[in-house]
Design a protein around this ligand. Sequence first.
Ligand SMILES: Cc1cc2nc3c(=O)[nH]c(=O)nc-3n(C[C@H](O)[C@H](O)[C@H](O)COP(=O)(O)OP(=O)(O)OC[C@H]3O[C@@H](n4cnc5c(N)ncnc54)[C@H](O)[C@@H]3O)c2cc1C
Length: 520
Amino acid sequence: MQEWVDIRIPPEKIDDWEFIDREVQKEIVQFNRGNLGYRLQRKSIDARQKNAVYQLRFVLFEKGKEANPRSSQWMPKDVSRSKPVGIIGAGPAGLFAALKLIELGYKPILFERGKEVRRRRRDLRSIQQENIVDPDSNYCFGEGGAGTYSDGKLYTRSKKRGNIERILQLLVDHGASEDILVDAHPHIGSNKLPGIIQKMRGTIEECGGEYYFDHRMVNFSENGSMGITSFFSNGSKFNVEALILATGHSARDIYHLVNRKGLEIESKPFALGIRAEHDQNFIDRAQYNKKNRGPYLPAASYSLKASVGDRSIFSFCMCPGGLIVPAATAPGEIVVNGMSLSRRDSPFANSGVVVTVDPSKDPEFQKYGVFASLRYQEMVEKKMFEDGNGSLNAPAQRIGDFVDGRISESLNRTSYIPGIHSSPLHKILPNDIVYVLQEGFRQFERKMKGYLTNEANIVGVESRTSAPVRIPRHHIFCNHPQMDRLFPCGEGAGYAGGIVSAALDGERVVQGMNKFFKNK
Ligand SMILES: Cc1cc2nc3c(=O)[nH]c(=O)nc-3n(C[C@H](O)[C@H](O)[C@H](O)COP(=O)(O)OP(=O)(O)OC[C@H]3O[C@@H](n4cnc5c(N)ncnc54)[C@H](O)[C@@H]3O)c2cc1C
């Protein structure tokens, strides 16, 4: 059985390893064995008391006998002449699928509609400064997918610890800080992610995998009962043994393609709302009970949820010390999301605050079929754009004014670079969403005093929290039930939400695909 010790230390001692060593040795004494070594396994913050403390857990081992516990076990392999498998989309799902393919002896060929990670940066600048959205290269599309210029928070609700550790270790192997292996809320930051994504490409190419950038897949074709054997991009046909569809939840054209091909798609619950932006100092004060968090505690985060009737409202993708970014994937729409740099040192704290939408409970959605949710998202995103007179300048309101149904005469400062303008979000968002948000904010106020304030803005619209549809797949082989060799994968297919879960799904699908081939 694994043995461990826990210690609690004041924030200012977090980098004082002599002090930490003395504290750990005091705890180790109880084991009455002289030859124990220790390794930090988990670091978290307990802010429930007046003074926040760091909680550190150390695993113990007999000196000289520690098996290397931190290894992804991933070994490079030459797959240049192996069976080619096409991966559409080089986001976390596609990248981790590629690494898994190599491990199992297949050759990954990645097709990405966007640009490689460095060139992509220029297009982000055009979005921020000139309001120009390239439909193939933006905050969601391009090498590394939506994960690259994201916040890079790496927690997931998945309980499969071993698998998660492997994903984190692979990120460390490609340049992420080892801190992510021990932090209770691991985070990379959008300044560090591009380098990691680039190194992953290096690994994949060194093993014989291939990349095609600026290649949007527009169609696929089947070969009788064999299933999919080829697909089309940039006017060329590419032959593959299998096709992994890891295109993310913003590739609406892919849902339409799958539907046109007569393949089933199901609708699923999703969420829609706004992004709330507070002063980071306020969140720090609320969470750490201190006027100033000082240099040893990270920018504080929060997680809030409430129920209003049968609807849920919850904070989503909270970015302490972060920025609100324009995450639209096509001209003519406004979508907001959040990100932060590794230091999380901006003066703003933003978070999605979203309301669940369950099409199966709403006759209006059912009337319009499986694409009703996509149309609903599009409709709200377009309304936001029109409200900004056709620019990415986003509609915003002070939270207190929103809850009271009053237009804001002025707004608080914001991190959102294209700018915000005062708008009656209580009138332009769908009525049911407004009602749940207003009630939800009142409940949040009871949980975090001062949250419902006119010192904070809300900005519209946070509409892409998860895919509103699912592309079904076999529970073991992961292929589409109506199409052999087509493997829906990741967030776009409706099996993941977030970087780590998309990466896990990439691995899962390749394992399913491997079983599919073995079963043939
Ligand atoms: C600003 C922002 C911040 C975020 N912050 C976090 C966070 O802190 N933590 C977290 O866990 N998650 C975060 N997310 C969500 C996270 O990025 C996604 O959950 C994750 O990237 C999904 O992975 P995926 O591989 O399934 O899809 P995606 O990352 O969406 O990748 C899909 C890829 O497919 C490509 N593609 C689409 N269609 C085609 C086509 N026809 N042909 C070729 N290529 C195509 C796209 O260009 C894209 O690169 C954030 C997202 C955004 C936008």
